[in-house]
Design a protein around this ligand. Structure first.
Ligand code: NAP
Length: 320
């Protein structure tokens, strides 16, 4: 049987690595299974690896690049003894203690690791349009977070893709900075709530482009515009823009836990009120994998700290 670790942390964004820093400093020798690059948009370190300037993470008055910030998190965790493996978890079994974790072949009869406590920090991914050059343009005019990047588009013409509450909320927020915000929606009816619709319709800076999809990003190293197509008439047009925000939903990284952990209707992991504890004792969920509301690096880091403290207390009771 493989060694039984006290804590295994799955995921390596701000939540996972903050949990690693705290559990390492509590002498719990955490093992972090950080993920493995499988594409440009899916790599260890989470969503900040796809960002350029981060100006709202406290402690960096001049801002910091997303990948550099994550490298700092990682080095800080390693300094206190966190062991980080660049591998992808293929299966977990939470039906018996200690919990089992597989890396590689999920059908292997013996799991790769056992753990008394698990901290799940597998994050969420923004759903993207999957157009050519998309990953390269993220952070260079293409964004998935108005709160993070709106400030960079002062007095510019930008657009938001989507017709749900997120798209309208982002457009309203962006109108504080931009000179014009165009909402590009694939239908002629919005999915968003009535109150958000009223707010957007009454905002003089917001315009709508109905029945329209983005078919191409223009610009090589920096977004210069998009090609759009009217799905009813088939007509194509070039739309010059300096910024495009994709707001067509998020997908939490919860496939591994289906049928084993309680999930909300939208697939995010359910935790106890004001806690990171899931419905399985000793399994904690932190960061965006459980957060469909704030979705910020700083809130994820705070949640990672909470998960580490809860895991520490759980292990203390277990060992007593
Ligand atoms: P959502 O409600 O699922 O809306 C996604 C939007 O993106 C839809 O309008 C959809 O078009 C469009 N879309 C999806 N795939 C697309 C594609 N490939 N190309 C172009 N358009 C595409 O997602 P959300 O807006 O992120 O909201 C998620 C949940 O959070 C919702 O329950 C929402 O109410 C909630 N939320 C609430 C607030 C708030 O109350 N302040 C703020 C944000 C989110 P169709 O309409 O044609 O399907």
């Amino acid at each position: 049987m493989p060694d039984v670790r006290d804590v295994i942390i799955i995921g390596s964004g701000p939540a996972g690595l903050t949990a690693a820093i705290y559990t390492a400093r509590a002498n719990l020798a955490p093992l972090v299974l950080e993920g493995e690059p499988s594409s440009n948009s899916d790599q260890p370190g989470g969503q900040l690896m796809l960002t350029t300037d981060v100006e709202n993470f406290p402690g960096f008055p001049d801002g910091i690049m997303g990948p550099e910030l994550m490298m700092n998190f990682r080095m800080q965790a390693e300094r206190f003894g966190a062991e980080i493996h660049t591998v992808k978890v293929s299966k977990v079994d939470l039906s018996a203690k200690p919990y089992s974790v597989w890396v590689g072949d999920p059908d292997a009869s013996v799991p790769t690791h056992h753990a008394n406590a698990l901290i799940i920090a597998t994050g969420a991914q923004s759903i993207m349009l999957d157009l050519p050059n998309e990953t390269e343009l993220v952070g260079h005019g293409l964004s998935t977070c108005a709160t993070c990047d709106g400030f960079f588009f002062r007095d510019q013409e930008i657009a938001v893709v989507g017709g749900g509450d997120s798209a309208l909320e982002e457009a309203n927020f962006l109108s504080r900075f931009a000179s014009k915000v165009i909402i590009i929606h694939r239908r002629s009816e919005l999915r968003a709530s009535k109150i958000m619709q009223d707010r957007a319709f009454n905002n003089p800076k917001i315009e709508f482009l109905w029945d329209t999809v983005v078919t191409e990003y223009l610009g090589d190293s920096k977004l210069a515009g998009v090609m759009v197509e009217n799905v009813k008439t088939g007509e194509s047009n070039e739309l010059p823009l300096s910024g495009l925000f994709i707001a067509i939903g998020h997908r939490p990284g919860t496939d591994l836990y289906k049928g084993q952990l309680a999930m909300k209707e939208n697939g995010y992991l359910e935790t106890m009120p004001d806690r990171t504890a899931t419905d399985v004792e000793g399994v904690f969920a932190v960061g965006d994998v459980t957060d469909d509301y704030y979705r910020q690096a700083i809130t994820a880091a705070g949640s990672g700290c909470q998960g580490a403290l809860e895991a520490e207390r759980y292990l203390e009771a277990l060992h007593d």
